[in-house]
Design a binder for this molecule. Sequence first.
Ligand code: TXA
Ligand code: MG
Length: 344
Amino acid sequence: MKPAQTPEIVAATPDNVSRAVQRLRSGELIGLPTETVYGLAADASDATAVARIFAAKGRPADHPLIVHVTSADAAKAWAAEWPDAAAKLAAAFWPGPMTLIVKRASHVLDAVTGGQDTVGLRVPSHPAAQSLLREFAGDGSAPAGVAAPSANQFGQVSPTTAQHVAEEFPQQALLVLDGGASEVGVESTIVDVSGPQPRVLRPGRVRTGDIERVLGAPLGSATGDVPRVSGALASHYAPRTQTLMLAEPRLRMQLRAFRNAKAAQPMRCVITHSFDAEPMERLRTIRLAADAQTWEYELYALLRQLDQERYGTLIVETPPETPEWDAVNDRLRRATHGSSLDEA
Ligand code: TXA
Ligand code: MG
């Protein structure tokens, strides 16, 4: 019998980075560590390799991919226009957790852009991603880019460790570079600079206020003719466990109701930031520091772990509504989409 294909996790040493580059050059996929989340990466100029990403993820073909490059100069080779806003944001935030949407250059594959006239570009800061991209680019004479969505099955929570990537693709002969736990923990901030007024399509670690300070102008609103952003599907980053958000007063009431319930209760888990939930039977309590960066770092790994522990319900204390918490609130709204307290 043919041995089953499984992912291979390797430390991101120079030798293994070279192996990964060879894989990319021969049209294969690799697991790529970045500072935001892990990517499922392919040569962005190889249509067959890009098609493998969509097949492996079960992702609809019209959801565009981000192209990862070594520098802002390298990014320009993928763009038809490099507006002033792109130049300012690239100078301020690259390498780092920001993706810029610009008009695409004519060589960019339709498979990468989902047939749109724009392309998403990012220069990641993770040292392993940087060395891989530099080696892949070679002498830089031709545009070299690595297309990489988050390395999860379509609609699932993004991976923040090499082990998560292996769990998402258990049947793939995938080389996964292990670069440790992703230091940001949520996907990049996406800023669309392809239109008259820049706007944020997906909140991330780079905050709206910081972007506006660099641009010296307010951002537009992301409503109206929003381009296709798969992360914009209402219930995109969904864990399997029923997940609810409750503000502190209602959460305390709910906890009292659990305590007073007479009938046998399913096992539940609660995550808070402003108070310690009182311990009780059939309830696991977790308190995270009331700090947006801590939540960004912990959230996906925690959702993934709690999914495996199979709670009946996970209840998350609603975070503050300040801009600092935009990315956390955005991901939690998607994770809790369609769940209501009545079923708790
Ligand atoms: O942090 C990240 O951005 C990670 C790491 C691996 O770089 N990547 C990531 O890729 O989150 P993905 O494919 O899971 O999410 C990228 C989002 C998708 O929602 C996609 O629709 C959107 O970016 N996107 C890509 N190109 C676009 C375009 N031309 N216009 C609008 N949205 C675009
Ligand atoms: Mg994704």
